[in-house]
Design a protein around this ligand. Structure first.
Ligand code: HEC
Ligand code: HEC
Length: 343
């Protein structure tokens, strides 16, 4: 026993010295207190990239910094504008070379509950997705190696990376980690709908009717795919009959399964009032056009989702369609679009 105590007395100071030294080299970043609004489920955050105050701040700075593009003119925020729910109000975004893509930009809202990104689900993680727009030739058209070199040569970034990740050596992995951390805090959970669900406010008769139609399988049948709750989507890939032959083959481009032709990720409907134009190619300008599409406009094909294939065309009256639109507008969260933490 005596021997053990002596040994402990001897070892303890050594341990403290060792810890102290380690801390000097890599000051631990401060854990970020992510507040999930009541009514939304917990978020799965990978243990390899915990949220920290320094990491989120770095991610935000990178998100707004045009240094990520080849000619230093375009940042992520050029196509993802907070006032529009972090999407682009143009049908197609224009990249640094003046070339337009063929897809409508996507809103960045409650991404932390998703696992596949882009309209075709081509990216399997929040971290790896970041590389897509940076290296995409019609978007920021830059290489990760160049971005890393530019940031390493910058007067401020190495210190910011050190504060966030413990090393002043900028790496592409830590760029992806930081931006993913910022994306995870873009949470919307204070729309009129959320307040209604928490018993803090009432919906109008029209909004309530729209909600009922949204969930009614014989009517809107929207919640089949746009699940009520944190995201208003189950994020499955589906063909909603926008065309009988799809120009953009969507999910098929990733899986090469014939049955995935014309399938796209079911988008979230949060803040949908602000995120137009709508659909993967931004073909609809208004929410009413979207509802009309599901009511009468959809086209038949082998891949058309069964929920629509068996739906009766014209099952909603004009008034009912307008009620659904009124409900969609209860998902607008002005606190989200004005949140100073996001800009
Ligand atoms: C030139 C415009 C443009 C720029 C710049 C841009 N994006 Fe995008 N973003 C888009 C478009 C268009 C899509 C849809 C792409 C697709 O599905 O193929 C998209 C999709 C996304 C998605 C997928 C969202 C989802 O729900 O699946 C994320 C996340 C994203 N962008 C983040 C970023 C980040 C981070 C940056 C900066 C590193 C960035 N974007 C820069 C236009 C842009
Ligand atoms: C079979 C599943 C399914 C059903 C049912 C469904 N949706 Fe969708 N919704 C999707 C998919 C998938 C997309 C993306 C389609 C695309 O761009 O190709 C989408 C896109 C949308 C968009 C555009 C969002 C954006 O950001 O561009 C709106 C609005 C919308 N749906 C509302 C509704 C409403 C309202 C209903 C009920 C009347 C409904 N949806 C029923 C799967 C569905």
């Amino acid at each position: 026993m005596k021997k053990l105590i002596v040994a402990l007395l001897f070892i303890f100071p050594l341990l403290f010295v060792a810890c102290d030294k380690g801390e000097d080299e890599t000051p631990a970043a401060t854990p970020y207190n992510l507040v999930i609004p009541e009514g939304l489920p917990p978020m799965n955050i990978p243990s390899t990239n915990p949220l920290t105050v320094e990491g989120v701040a770095l991610g935000k700075r990178l998100f707004y910094d045009p240094v990520l593009s080849r000619d230093n003119t375009q940042s992520c925020a050029s196509c993802h504008l907070q006032e529009y729910g972090f999407t682009d109000p143009n049908q197609f975004s224009t990249g640094i070379d003046g070339i337009q893509g063929q897809r409508n930009a996507m809103p960045l809202i409650n991404l932390g509950w998703q696992s596949k990104f882009f309209w075709d689900g081509g990216a399997n993680g929040m971290e790896s997705q970041v590389m897509g727009p940076i290296t995409n030739p019609i978007e920021m058209h830059e290489t990760m190696a160049n971005v890393v070199a530019k940031l390493n040569a910058n007067a401020e970034y190495p210190d910011l990376f050190k504060a966030a990740f413990g090393s002043s050596q900028v790496t592409s992995q830590n760029i992806m980690r930081a931006i993913a951390q910022f994306e995870r805090i873009l949470i919307s959970g204070n729309s009129k709908y959320d307040q209604y669900m928490r018993g803090e406010t009432l919906l109008s008769a029209q909004e309530l009717n729209g909600k009922a139609l949204f969930e009614d399988m014989e009517k809107g049948d929207c919640s089949h795919c746009h699940t009520m709750g944190s995201t208003f989507s189950d994020f499955e890939f589906r063909n909603t009959g926008l065309d009988s032959i799809s120009v953009d083959e969507g999910r098929y481009l990733i899986t090469l399964n014939e049955s995935d032709k014309g399938k796209f990720k079911t988008p979230s409907l949060r803040n949908v009032e602000l995120t137009g134009p709508y659909m993967h190619d931004g073909r609809f300008q208004t929410l009413l056009e979207c509802v009309e599409h599901y009511n009468t406009g959809f086209h038949y094909s082998a891949n058309l989702d069964p929920n629509l294939y068996f739906a009766v065309k014209g099952r909603m009256t004009q008034q009912e369609m307008e009620d659904v639109v009124a409900f969609l507008k209860t998902l607008t969260d002005m606190e989200f679009v004005n949140n100073p933490e996001f800009h």
